[in-house]
Design a protein around this ligand. Structure first.
Ligand code: RIB
Length: 296
């Protein structure tokens, strides 16, 4: 069965500065290189889904400078009929990547926050029960998007990133799958728990209807569905740039889960794909194709 995934999310131009270390408060520092990439958590996850073989519809908004974002989606055969073009600036991110490949990201939402309720209604007219919705926290109208997807009987995957207090105003009881890192898991449960197993049980108490995928950095990842719990270690690699690695993981996890129904395989493939992503520069440009992941 071919699954249709509606990825309703951000599209950003990533302005990436290579730095010896993250700039500190009060410090002025020269960067050693500058590059522009196509990114945004929504766009990156759409590309990861498409490169892993899914039929993807991206919905969101870009500005008058957003042609490059649309072209990038089209190159991966992603349907862009639900991406609207506005007169304002597209979203962008100012990203510092240090010598160890870690990043820090400053976001400007721009067109990503220009979504109207009527846009959302128009998009959901084209989707139905059995379709999948994937969202992150970089666009507006999320409450309405979740409500409509739920009303349609769609399965909802939520990556609550970047985390902020607005997330608590969303109808989280309608989410089927949360994909989050350890810090986001602590933030959403409002509990600072270091023990992973305990963290999973607390998540289950808060959201008894949902399943969870938690990425744990160097410690790998874990997935909890009902009473099943799987763990996966990382595929070690040389870290060049971690930007987009989490998005790669999310896209590959969802597509492998939909394709095979096997949680352990989904974690394994996602982990392999994200390790390829961290060994390359950029966000969407670092996301591997399915063949590369299979042959790695
Ligand atoms: O997850 C990485 C992404 O976060 C970047 O591409 C940047 O645009 C921000 O949205």
């Amino acid at each position: 069965m071919e699954h249709r995934v509606l990825s309703y999310g951000s599209l950003n131009i990533d302005r990436v500065y290579s730095v010896p270390h993250m700039v500190r408060p009060g410090e002025t520092m020269s960067s050693t290189a500058y590059n522009e990439y196509v990114g945004g958590k929504g766009l990156n996850q759409s590309i990861a889904l498409a490169r892993s073989g899914m039929k993807v519809y991206h919905a969101g908004a870009v500005g008058s400078d957003g042609e490059v974002l649309l072209e990038t989606l089209k190159e991966d055969q992603i349907n862009i009929e639900f991406v609207k073009q506005t007169q304002e600036k597209s979203g962008h991110a100012i990203i510092q990547v240090d010598d160890s490949g870690q990043n820090s990201i400053l976001l400007f939402s721009g067109a990503n926050f220009s979504i109207l309720e009527e846009d959302v209604e128009g998009v959901f007219d084209h989707f139905e029960s059995g379709d999948i919705l994937l969202i992150q926290n970089e666009i507006n109208c999320l409450k309405q998007i979740i409500d409509l997807a739920d009303k349609k009987g769609m399965r909802i995957f939520f990556n609550p990133s970047p985390f902020n207090e607005d997330i608590f105003n969303l109808p989280l009881e309608k989410i089927d799958w949360f994909l989050l890192n350890e810090i986001e898991a602590q933030q959403i449960t409002q509990m600072e728990v270091r023990d992973d197993d305990l963290l999973v049980s607390i998540l289950k108490e808060h959201f008894p209807q949902a399943n969870f995928v938690i990425t744990l950095g160097e410690q790998g990842s874990m997935c909890s569905m009902g009473d099943k719990l799987y763990r996966q270690s990382i595929y070690p690699t040389e870290v060049v740039d971690t930007t987009g690695a989490g998005d790669t993981f999310t896209g590959y996890f969802i597509s492998t889960l939909l394709e095979t129904g096997a949680l352990d395989k989904a974690l394994d493939v996602a982990s392999k794909a994200s390790s390829i992503s961290v060994s390359r520069k950029g966000a969407s440009s670092s996301i591997p194709y399915k063949e590369e992941v299979e042959n790695d």
